[in-house]
Design a protein around this ligand. Structure first.
Ligand code: ADP
Ligand code: ZN
Length: 724
């Protein structure tokens, strides 16, 4: 095992990051001291690192309990791309794959094992776990999404309840519980249910500084505004709607407007859902239009905007859903379209609940999110206050802080509104009152002879939305009341009369029409953007070749740094945040080549880097000559002799030829039996550097053999990505 003088160096070596996020360092130190830990961090806080880095630094294997197959696969892919030996066991594997993975685990080749709780606790698996404990040593249990253990959480999973038995079976193995849940009740439940022993509890702030929060009135222009948000953004986004029907409707509208979008809701087959999800994660499609069925298990870090086209049921859900934006810490936007019609829909749904207590709670929660949406204070202050966290306000990154709403005197309008309620004898709801004020010609008004009232048509100067805003605000301020019998009839109270008698003025916060301002940056910014686009497409190409999501290769923040700094040597490249030792070796040359090509085109200076290979996708002359001799049936040694170059160079040629999809026949070079052995290890360890693979196979295998088989394996994976 490598020894690190300090944790920062280990962080850079394995993950490529220069600094710990708040809390991470202390947590990792305690994990290294084998303490039980309870880690509460918001989405994107960087929870995974808290058990991953200790797992690498400690002896033995860390078992990670994770509820969803998709989550496991994502994490394992990400780790492998950093050259870390991680693997998972779940129902998606066949028995052959399972066996070879188990073998690797027993041989101590794996540092992190991801597994679902039901498998972990099965009668078949426990004896295996004992064996692992005995032979390799279990360094820790990490329980991810630990709130699943609590019935009070939103994702309760009965299988999680049984995790307590792990504590009994292995009392001395430290346990880490990780969650993003914001409520006290669930946190307490986790500690108790998992039997954590005097855990060190870390609760990070729930403030997500990189997210811009805004609420917009849901007018008839809402869809146009949505389009504008999507068009002004480069990256991926999620649009949440309340119903399946709405999801389908918005998806097809977006398609009409040439936005690549896919739907996700419970009405689609499992297969279709997972296909759409994968396409979104891999950046094949930009926008996911979804009901709340789409959520947990999406740890795509580069979601740039989350739009709630319909309101969420409560503020905690809104926080979690909108929080799927910007996990990577880059600026991202959360927009909520707020319309009173949606509230009616949710109220209707609430009234369907059989339990009156539940109804009461749900209504109160609805009230809270309405307060948030209508609020004129800093959005962060309202949200964090709801979670019991005090925030000073004035965050500078929400609509209310950036564009404070002017408060206007609407006493005259309020008098018109209230007296219309009085004249119609307090027997109608808001919409009817507004119709009368605006002089609508409809049958009901005519029948009631309300077109003869003095208040008929006196409010034509204001739009329906404006009157509604006033009406809601009057309710909100307690200047009028509404029956809760399902009909929402407006009733006057003492304060209403004070307003009508001019004893009280009425002020309301009026939303200003918001224009999204596109920042017209300097020329330099435009240049960076062009290079960024190219780096993005290179990243996408590499990701597709390996059949992994693009962010596994490099995250947006790292690409951005590349485009800004424009490193020209490997040494410079390795300094970027997000470039660890493994990624430098794996991708450095390719990205450097792209940057150089760009600089050459722009007439900018370029430096020589001696380790630089030419970036061409068609074979060079010397490679073609090797191929020719290979196709004539010559062995590697023969070709080397003939050409008077080293055999290793010939092997390099052949591997590069395979990368370029040239017909190299590995069967001619490595025996089938040996190929099979190497192949098996690749399946277990993934596409990592040669040294650990060789270490695994033992002395009798040469680097050249492994390199050739890996070339073939990569080619197969390009053709038939796993899971197809
Ligand atoms: P969580 O599970 O808490 O939602 P993740 O563990 O997925 O968060 O981390 C969120 C993102 O932040 C990931 O893309 C991760 O690579 C990145 N990250 C984590 N720790 C650091 C760090 N110290 N420096 C930079 N990026 C980090
Ligand atoms: Zn604010």
């Amino acid at each position: 095992m490598l020894q690190y003088p300090n944790l920062e160096q280990a962080l850079k070596y394995y993950f490529g990051y220069d600094n710990f996020r708040p809390g991470q360092r202390q947590i990792i130190e305690q994990a290294l001291q084998n303490r039980d830990l309870m880690i509460v961090m918001p989405t994107g806080g960087g929870k995974s690192l808290c058990f991953q880095l200790p797992a690498l630094l400690k002896k033995g294997i860390t078992i990670v309990v994770s509820p969803l197959i998709a989550l496991m696969q994502d994490q394992v892919e990400g780790l492998r791309d950093n050259g870390i030996t991680a693997t998972f066991l779940n129902s998606s594997l066949n028995s052959y794959q399972t066996r070879s993975r188990e073998e690797a685990i027993i041989n101590g080749k794996v540092k992190l094992l991801y597994v679902a709780p039901e498998r972990l606790l099965s009668d078949r698996f426990l004896p295996f776990l004992d064996l692992v404990h005995h032979k390799v040593g279990i360094s820790a249990f990490a329980i991810d999404e630990a709130h699943c253990v609590s019935e009070w959480g939103h994702d309760f999973r009965p299988e999680y309840r049984q995790l307590k038995s792990l504590r009994k079976r292995y009392p001395d193995i430290p346990t880490l519980a990780l969650t993003a849940t914001a409520t006290d009740r669930v946190r307490g439940d986790i500690i108790q249910q998992l039997g954590l022993k005097q855990p060190s509890i870390h609760i990070a702030s729930f403030n997500r500084q990189n997210l811009y929060y805004e609420v917009r009135p849901k007018t008839k222009y809402a869809y146009a505004e949505l389009l504008e948000i999507i068009r002004e953004n480069q990256g991926s986004g999620i649009i949440y709607c309340l119903t399946r029907k709405k999801v389908d409707e918005i998806t097809s509208k977006l398609e009409n407007d040439k936005i690549s979008a896919l739907p996700y809701h419970a009405g689609l087959s499992d297969e279709e859902r997972s296909k759409n999800q994968t396409r979104f994660i891999r950046d094949d499609v930009r926008v996911m239009v979804a009901t709340i069925a789409f959520g947990m298990g999406i740890n795509k870090p580069d979601v740039r905007f989350v739009v709630h086209f319909d309101i969420s049921r409560n503020l905690e859900s809104y926080y979690q859903e909108s929080g799927r934006a910007g996990r990577d810490g880059e600026p991202s936007r959360c927009t909520l379209f707020f319309g009173y019609g949606d509230i009616k829909t949710i109220e209707f749904l609430i009234n369907q609940k059989p339990d009156s207590q539940e109804q009461l709670i749900a209504k109160q929660q609805l009230r809270q999110i309405i307060d948030y949406a209508e609020g004129t204070d800093c959005r962060r202050t309202i949200q964090l206050g709801y979670f019991g966290e005090r925030f000073a306000g004035n965050c500078g990154n929400c609509d209310n802080c950036r564009h404070p709403k002017p408060v206007q005197d609407w006493t005259i309008e309020a008098m018109k509104f209230l007296s219309c309620v009085a004249r119609t004898k307090e027997r109608f709801g808001m919409l009817y009152i507004i119709d009368v004020l605006r002089g609508a010609k409809n049958q009901k008004i005519a029948q009631n002879e309300h077109d003869k009232l003095s208040t008929y048509g006196i409010g034509k100067d204001k739009s329906l939305d404006e009157w509604r805003m006033l009406g809601r605000s009057l309710l909100h301020q307690g200047l009028i009341e509404q029956t809760s019998d399902g009909y929402s009839v407006l009733k006057l109270n003492a304060l209403s009369w004070e307003v009508m008698r001019r004893q009280r003025t009425v002020s309301i916060a009026v939303p200003v029409v918001q224009k999204i301002t596109v920042e017209h940056g300097s020329e330099k910014a435009a240049e960076v953007e062009i290079l960024m686009q190219r780096l993005r497409s290179l990243r996408k190409q590499l990701a597709d070749e390996q059949s992994v999501p693009p962010y596994v290769i490099f995250q947006d923040s790292t690409l951005k740094l590349m485009a800004q700094v424009q490193p020209q040597t490997k040494a410079e490249f390795s300094k970027l945040s997000g470039v660890g030792s493994h990624k430098l070796a794996q991708y450095g040359d390719k990205f450097l080549a792209q940057i150089r090509a760009y600089r050459t085109e722009q007439g900018l200076s370029t430096k020589e880097d001696n380790s630089f290979p030419p970036s061409v996708n068609s074979p060079s002359d010397t490679e073609l000559y090797t191929l020719q001799l290979h196709q004539q049936g010559h062995s590697i040694t023969e070709i080397a002799k003939k050409r008077n170059i080293r055999p290793t160079t010939i092997v390099r040629h052949l591997c590069d030829l395979m990368e370029k999809n040239q017909p190299v026949d590995v069967n001619q070079l490595v025996s089938l039996e040996r190929q099979q052995k190497i192949w098996q290890v690749l399946e277990v360890l993934g596409d990592i550097s040669l040294t650990p693979i060789k270490e695994y196979l033992g002395e009798s295998y040469s680097f050249d053999e492994i390199r050739l088989v890996r070339g073939k394996w990569r080619r197969e994976r390009r053709k038939y990505p796993p899971g197809t």
